[in-house]
Design a protein around this ligand. Structure first.
Ligand code: AMP
Length: 285
């Protein structure tokens, strides 16, 4: 039987979450140590562990069939791949930053300056769009150090928490692009491989769906059940079970995590007690 080749990042920000997603999809893989590839024993997938900036090229050439990679890597390499799912993790922004003591009013202050980056194509497109001339120095790592060692006036790099900028005495002045992890596929998928991708996608969507929801259990006085059900409608309807003491029931339901925080006070006003919130592994509808 044909097997699908899935490329994921070997080391770095996306590695752990990519492995977690594969495992949550019920696909068993060996992710230990320094292995460069592994075959799942219970799903027709082989996983290749690669450098993230190589992944778009491997997918575009059909060496890997699909891959989990930052949108930024795909756009920087202009790779001919199809984005089939936004995975939502590894959210970051590509920003221009300058040393803290620089006088900076607006983007026109970048005119004629030197900027270090690992993303020259995305940066050049931004400069062109804003009719700016700046000299780009392409470097592959430790970009944040460039102004301190006198290499450039500014940098353009990925920012997540902002702590690396802070640590290097830089302040973010322009956010030029936002990115997150995506699942991308080669344009050359065979029919058989497409079928495996569809199965994988079905599992990913049930995991993604489950991540956005919580299972909630609470005890409530019987006379308030109707009010509580109105604010906790659940997937079809909540389960209501009598407790061993008169006049009380246990209500079980599924709720979007964001909504839960909004409803907690209302639930308490209706006399809800012993509220338990637990993660859901998968939701299959
Ligand atoms: P932070 O200190 O959390 O803002 O992270 C900044 C450092 O991590 C920079 O060196 C970035 O190049 C790198 N980084 C942040 N987010 C990502 C991401 N989603 N993918 C790859 N590298 C990232």
């Amino acid at each position: 039987m044909e097997r699908l080749r899935l490329a994921i990042q070997k080391k770095g920000r996306l590695n752990e979450k990519s492995i977690e997603l594969i495992k949550k999809c019920g696909i068993k893989i060996n992710s230990s140590g320094n292995i460069l590839s592994t075959s799942s024993e219970n799903f027709p997938i082989d996983v290749l562990f690669l450098r993230d900036d190589d992944i778009p090229g491997y997918i575009a050439d059909g060496v890997a069939d699909i891959g989990i990679v930052g949108q930024n890597e795909i756009d920087e390499h202009g790779a001919n791949v199809k984005i089939i799912e936004n995975l939502g993790f590894a959210k970051c922004r590509l920003s221009i930053a300058v040393p803290r003591d620089t006088t900076y009013r607006n983007i026109n202050d970048l005119q004629g300056k030197t900027i270090a980056t690992s993303y020259p194509n995305i940066l050049q497109a931004y400069l062109d769009k804003n009719n700016l001339n700046a000299e780009i120095h392409t470097i592959s790592g430790s970009v944040e150090i460039a102004p301190a060692i006198g290499l450039t006036d500014a940098i353009c790099d990925l920012v997540s928490t902002g702590s690396t900028l802070l640590f290097n005495g830089l302040i973010e002045v322009e956010e030029i692009y936002t990115s997150a992890a995506v699942l991308a596929a080669t344009p050359f998928l065979t029919e058989n491989k497409q079928r495996i991708v569809d199965k994988f996608m079905q599992r990913i969507s049930s995991v993604k769906h489950a991540n956005a929801y919580k299972y909630i259990l609470l005890n409530a006085p019987n006379k308030k059940i109707k009010d509580i059900i109105k604010i906790l409608p659940g997937i079809k309807s909540p389960t209501v079970m009598p407790l061993a003491i008169d006049g009380w029931s246990s209500i079980h339901t599924v709720i979007p995590e964001d909504a839960f925080w909004e409803k907690i006070n209302e639930l308490k006003q209706y006399g809800a007690e012993g509220i338990l919130v637990t993660p859901i592994e998968k939701i299959i509808e």
